[in-house]
Design a protein around this ligand. Sequence first.
Ligand code: GLP
Length: 241
Amino acid sequence: MTEVVIQSDADAAATAATLLADRITRDPELVLGLATGSSPLHLYRALAERVTRDGIPMDRLRAFALDEYAGLDPEHPQSYLSTIRREAVEPLGLDPERVHVPDGSLERLPTAGERYEEAIALAGGVDVQILGIGTDGHIGFNEPGSSLASRTRIKTLTAQTRRDNARFFDSPEQVPTHCVTQGIGTILAAGHLLLFASGAHKADAVARAVEGPVSAGCPASAIQLHPRVTVFVDEAAASRL
Ligand code: GLP
């Protein structure tokens, strides 16, 4: 079932931070699915405040990121490993050893998906998965046309996504062309999905995800197949619902 919560970014972050803080307090070994992008940033900040204020134990939490660029130096500031460290691991006080990001190194690419699926399975699966949504309806880096049953694997980025993400690089050509991403099937196996979107540019993708037909044409529409989804949207992103 999909629950849609229409709130400002700050209020949505506070609501979701309370939900996560309660879950983590009850289960300090929770497995959290992390997302990159601007959408979850408010949540990471709100949760970090709760962690400091309420002394929530974060060091036993395990976490898995959704995706990583292929062929980008992991120490590059825009690699998702660097991004997740900077935006989530450090502010939340997570143990870096317990935080996993897909391996985007070219030499090990052929086995990256399989190894990541094994690591998730070994952790017992993801309990709560944080998600953003691309303007073309992608989740993780599952671009339109991705199989709804897909698992972690190598994908080609669309021109639209490379344009959207060019703002993080010095020039558009520097945006990698490929990535390793959890599949839609991988994401759907998480216990609870929390999807965040804000701004009018996300309105169309949100409407297709929540109310459109379930179709590989809009990968995020697969959330309709999941029994427990909370979609946090601001007024602008909810405007086409
Ligand atoms: C990237 C990430 C996605 C994210 C999307 C939206 O492509 N791979 O996981 O959801 O961007 O980003 P933003 O939240 O910045 O709009």
